[in-house]
Design a protein around this ligand. Structure first.
Ligand code: HEM
Ligand code: HEM
Length: 457
């Protein structure tokens, strides 16, 4: 029996993941935008149950994390393994199947959340059947890429390949344990151990799913764009092993203000500061590779996005250790400061690198240039200005809230103080949503439009 939607074509899996990423960027940011409207005018949509804040917020976070950034990074990962190991994907059919499973998971996840079906733990809100779909998709992706690696012509395993496989393996296990899938009714265990498990998971999703895949792309794109070998193989190994050794067990820095055991808090705080080691190893290595060639990075749109992503990575990971200190968190926890950090990590760093990977790889897999370099440039500026605006506005709003609470003000009495910042966030959100729409049009037309010159950019 032939299934048209599983049709085999060269790089079909990567192309389909790229298109999925672009679609989810539009939908996911629109969900965020609807949430932002409610933080400005809570009454406006109050009688539409499927978009109330408690539903639209997890719809937004899951759609952008798994749908937009996740699909983009996974699409790039399939191309990286193929090209770095000089071996075609083991099965494009299986690859396409994983694209469908992944998309159905995000779609059903969004629909069920909008109907009020939620397991309530952050980034683990999707109900059990969807968790199984995600796990099955991850297992199939791993199998497909592993079989590709087994058939490789290239014996050397470049650091990007290490990151891709580590990312997939770690994501499978943290997703399995973090969603407590053996407990389908609630997707959780009980009491404080559940808080610890939930943040072992939530932290792992950003640190062991998004981060390694984004770093893999940066390690791939930068030496090619700069036309030089990677600065240091030793530093790349140091960065790889140290992130796995440190990042895995510091999730308790999300629950320092809860009755978490003190020994675990100490591990989380010291580990968070120690994260400066893997982060500097990666960034020093990437930037020394670019030394004297930053102009090359800015000559291509893919390189530009990746370069910007490395800068946001630095800022995110300077802020991360800082806000892990109890004295700082006393002010910053539970307010918009953390929302600023979250957007900087998920959009500024991993989302921007995913976009860089997509624009870098698209001409190479379609055999023609981008539909419009101009639109890609526009998207770059819209996302970048939008991200900088989000960071500024949300950080200021967070500091106002935190300091007010420290003075003994109640939560609701601080709300008028941050109203203007919520309005600004809504306005700035227009930039990012517009960027997403331009990106979808451009990526769709590059893949399926009739225009486009032969040759890669
Ligand atoms: C692709 C781009 C985006 C990504 C990756 C992203 C990611 C995230 C993440 C990870 C959170 C959770 C924050 C936390 O719990 O600390 C979040 C929350 C949120 N985002 Fe976004 N976001 C994006 C774009 C947008 C846009 C365009 C808007 C519209 C203005 C928006 C509005 C919101 C709102 C209202 C929240 C909830 C904040 C709260 O609970 O106070 N986001 N987003
Ligand atoms: C050196 C590395 C990092 C450290 C030490 C760190 C530390 C932290 C801490 C302590 C919090 C909790 C703050 C609070 O609730 O008061 C947090 C939240 C968060 N971080 Fe990071 N971070 C790092 C890097 C990243 C990266 C690279 C990403 C994205 C890829 C990221 C995404 C997030 C998100 C989404 C949240 C919000 C979680 C929530 O919903 O409450 N972080 N981070």
């Amino acid at each position: 029996m032939k299934f048209e939607f599983l049709k085999e074509e060269p790089h079909g899996t990567t192309k389909a993941f790229f298109l999925s990423s672009a679609v989810w960027m539009v939908l996911g940011t629109t969900f965020g935008f609807i949430g932002a409207i409610q933080l400005v005018a809570p009454e406006l949509l109050a009688n539409i149950p499927w978009v109330v804040f408690s539903r639209i917020r997890p719809m937004h976070t899951n759609a952008v994390i798994f749908g937009f950034v996740g699909s983009g990074l996974i699409g790039c990962a399939h191309y990286l393994v193929y090209t770095l190991l000089r071996s075609p994907l083991y099965s494009e059919k299986m690859g396409k199947l994983t694209v469908w499973m992944w998309n159905l998971a995000v779609l059903f996840g969004s629909l069920t959340l909008s109907r009020g079906y939620s397991q309530t733990r952050e980034y683990a809100e999707w109900i059990w059947p969807i968790d199984i779909l995600v796990l099955a998709a991850l297992a199939l992706m791993f199998y497909n890429l592993f079989q590709t690696a087994r058939r490789r012509q290239e014996k050397l395993l470049y650091v990007s390949v290490w990151y891709v496989f580590a990312g997939l393996v770690f994501t499978f296990f943290i997703y399995f344990f973090g969603n407590a899938v053996w407990n389908p009714a609630t997707g959780s265990i009980t009491g404080m151990p559940d808080g610890i498990l939930a943040w072992f998971y939530g932290h792992g999703i950003v640190g062991l799913f998004l981060t390694p895949l984004a770093v893999a792309i940066a390690y791939y794109v930068i030496p090619i764009v700069c036309r030089v070998p990677l600065y240091s193989h030793t530093l790349s190994l140091l960065g790889f092993w140290s992130i796995l050794m440190i990042y895995t067990h510091i999730g308790a820095h999300h629950i320092l203000q809860a009755p978490t055991p003190t020994w675990l808090k100490v591990i989380a705080i010291t580990g968070s500061v120690a994260m400066l080691l893997p982060v500097s190893a990666v960034l020093v290595n990437l930037w020394l590779t670019m030394r004297g060639r930053v102009a090359n990075m800015h000559a291509t749109i893919g390189g530009k996005f990746v370069f910007a992503g490395t800068l946001w990575y630095l800022l995110t990971c300077l802020q991360g250790p800082l806000q892990s200190l109890p004295s700082v968190q006393k002010v910053t926890h539970f307010n918009n400061w953390v929302v600023a950090h979250a957007h900087m990590g998920v959009l500024g760093f991993s989302g921007v690198i995913a976009l860089g990977g997509i624009y870098f790889i698209l001409p190479r897999i379609t055999g023609r240039s981008l539909h419009s370099e101009f639109l890609a440039e526009m998207q770059y500026w819209l996302v970048l200005v939008g991200m900088a605006g989000f960071f500024t506005v949300l950080t200021v709003a967070g500091l106002i809230q935190g300091h007010g609470w420290l003075q003994g003000e109640t939560v609701y009495r601080m709300l008028p103080q941050i109203h203007i910042y919520m309005v600004l966030r809504l306005a700035i959100g227009v930039l990012i949503v517009s960027g997403a729409i331009l990106g979808l049009y451009n990526i769709f037309m590059t893949l399926h439009g009739s225009r486009g010159k032969e040759g890669s950019s």
